[in-house]
Design a protein around this ligand. Structure first.
Ligand code: UD1
Length: 339
């Protein structure tokens, strides 16, 4: 089976695509062409974890917000100019999978026009621009949250399937981080705010153990002086990191919250207030409402407040890992429709 795929820029778009592709490859011999930009996170992760995928780089940039800016005219033209490169890769493909980020747009557009079955996976309650614009060409739109439905055009809603977000469960390497620690990370690109407040906590708190993905080598060096902290630039094996954690301090990107719910890890959520349409705050509120996390707003994120919240989160207790994974449902639907 040949799949054309795109989704990246950030981990929040990349990992759901990998979760679905990895699930598909359990059932069929899979040939993947993965489209990316020279700057996106996928550029580093895809060749390292899936050297068998063909990586096609498209030199495009995302649109600036607000959308109606003169610089965006040039960027849109550049995105559209990639169409011939994409078209040269489409021969023999069974379907196309996009999970958001701006490379998804030209790929989805070319495939939509060529009537190659297009599948969209949207992680957030408020869909991104690429996924929303492509939805009219989609055969199916898999959404992480039911609340996302009303944010798609009425005409495509009958093709939406609420599955939950696909979770990566492979790369399992238990024991690398040990067990019984508080996991700390600030989304796929790290967070200075979380790093700063945690450094102050580490100076005082010596009873808890921490595994901290900093997003930045300078921060890793700074935080490595604490005996009870394992600081890493980036955590490649998140399934193991989740499995050993007793609580997490994190942002509230859609994938982060889907993963913490999947792995049953109680959370201290410090939502990034700058996220489009405030969607991280809404994600965090959802987790707090179902009793699986404590929200600390950025303006209130003092070391004392965050440490108190960590204690409350640990008290919520860990739940068993969920047995079902939306990646499985999505892969089955794609296989049924495309083979
Ligand atoms: C700044 C920004 O654009 N944020 C958006 C981005 O966030 P971001 O890319 O941070 O996405 P998420 O929080 O949704 O997911 C982060 C992903 O990276 C992984 N991870 C993280 C750190 C690490 O060291 N190793 C690692 O593997 C996590 O396990 C998770 O799978 O995409 C999300 C999903 O579309 C949105 O909801 C966020 O608002």
């Amino acid at each position: 089976m040949k799949v054309l795929a795109a989704g990246g820029g950030t981990g929040g778009h990349l990992y759901p695509a990998l979760a679905i592709l990895e699930e598909l490859s359990k059932h069929v011999k899979l040939k993947v062409v993965y489209f990316c930009t020279p700057r996106g996170i996928e550029n580093k992760i895809v060749p390292a974890e899936h050297p068998e995928y063909k990586l096609v780089k498209l030199d495009v940039q995302g649109l600036e917000r607000p959308i109606f800016k003169p610089t965006n005219v040039k960027r849109v033209l550049k995105i559209l100019r990639t169409k011939s490169i994409i078209a040269s890769e489409t021969d023999g493909s069974n379907c196309c999978l996009v999970t958001g980020g701006y490379v998804s747009y030209p790929l989805g557009l070319v495939c939509g026009k060529k009537r190659i079955p297009l599948y969209i996976q949207e992680q957030n309650v408020v869909p991104g621009l690429a996924n929303r614009s492509l939805s009219r060409y989609a055969k199916k739109i898999f959404v992480g949250f039911e609340e996302a439905i009303i944010n798609f055009p009425r005409s495509v809603r009958n093709r939406i399937v609420v599955t939950g977000n696909p979770i990566r469960v492979s790369n399992v390497n238990r024991g690398v981080f040990g067990e019984g620690y508080v996991l700390v990370f600030g989304g796929s690109r790290g967070s200075d705010l979380i790093n700063t407040v945690m450094e102050k906590i580490y100076r005082e708190e010596k009873n808890l153990k921490f595994v901290h993905g900093t997003g930045d080598p300078v921060w890793t060096k700074r935080l490595s002086i604490f005996d009870n902290v394992l600081a890493l630039d980036y955590i490649y094996d998140m399934p193991s990191a989740w499995r050993g954690a007793i609580a997490v301090v994190c942002r509230a990107g859609a994938l982060t919250i889907s993963e913490l719910l999947h792995y049953g890890v109680p959370a201290v959520l410090i939502p990034w207030e700058g996220a489009a349409e405030g969607h991280q705050v809404r994600n965090a509120e959802f987790v707090a409402k179902i009793g699986r996390g404590v929200i600390v707003r950025e303006s209130e994120a003092t070391p004392r407040r965050v440490l108190e919240a960590i204690e409350v989160a640990i008290g919520l207790g860990k739940l068993p890992e969920k047995e079902t994974n939306p990646a499985d449902t999505i892969a089955k639907i794609i296989l049924e429709e495309c083979l």
